[in-house]
Design a protein around this ligand. Structure first.
Ligand SMILES: Cc1cc2nc3c(=O)[nH]c(=O)nc-3n(C[C@H](O)[C@H](O)[C@H](O)COP(=O)(O)O)c2cc1C
Length: 196
């Protein structure tokens, strides 16, 4: 079965470090036979969830670029979230999008659950803790626990300026391998997650 992999890019820099790593993951996934779609969130009109709760009994009623994204999220076999760290967590562009996943609630989360995730994070500081990347990871772990999903791999690196990632072949390779893993059936289900 051909896998559909959806990549959400959270950086405003279209050719930035996280985007380059996301493209590497896409390459690895395609070369392993998957169909990949990458979405540059900064280029979309995605409004914040307004908490109206109309999605309790139906669909999200906000008419914006999130509407065509809902079926893509539902159809994805695996999802990659790629973002720089802004102010000690992932970017507002990605947060706006993920907040709107609340619109899946009338489908009892079925369409969004049980998917493997790949996470790509870049940051200017020296490590996971001082950069705040750990906060993004903690959020994604909690989110995946709720969605009965699993994080298959996290690629992260200390990179500041556009182009810095090209000096890190090991990160490019890790991102490529992550895409390949997501495209294959070889990822191991993480049985270690504690219950919600
Ligand atoms: C508004 C803004 C906030 C940032 N906040 C942080 C931060 O909290 N921690 C950090 O380590 N780097 C921070 N950075 C640096 C970026 O994470 C870093 O440059 C990253 O590699 C950018 O990724 P990109 O090229 O994919 O956009 C920030 C950069 C900007 C523009």
């Amino acid at each position: 079965m051909t896998k559909n992999i959806l990549i959400l890019k959270g950086s405003p820099r279209e050719k930035g470090n996280s985007a380059v790593l996301a493209d590497q993951a896409a390459k690895g996934a395609r070369e392993a036979g998957a169909q990949v779609e990458s979405i540059y969130l900064h280029g979309l009109d995605i409004r914040p969830c307004d908490g109206c709760d109309l999605c309790n009994t139906g669909e999200c009623v906000i008419e914006d670029d999130m509407q065509p994204l809902y079926p893509k999220l539902a159809a994805a076999h695996a999802i990659v979230l790629a973002s720089p760290i802004y102010w000690f967590t992932y970017t507002a562009q990605l947060k706006l999008c993920i907040d709107r996943w609340y619109g899946f609630q009338s489908h009892h989360w079925q369409e969004l659950s049980h998917k493997p995730y790949g996470i790509i994070l870049t940051y200017g500081d020296t490590d996971l803790y001082t950069s705040g990347a750990i906060n993004a990871i903690h959020t994604f772990e909690t989110m995946c626990r709720f969605l009965k999903s699993e994080i298959v791999g996290i690629v992260h690196g200390s990179l500041m300026d556009v182009g810095d990632v090209e000096k890190h072949p090991e990160l490019l390779q890790q991102a490529y391998d992550l895409g390949k893993t997501l495209a294959s059936n070889s990822y191991v289900r993480n049985q270690q997650l504690p219950p919600p």
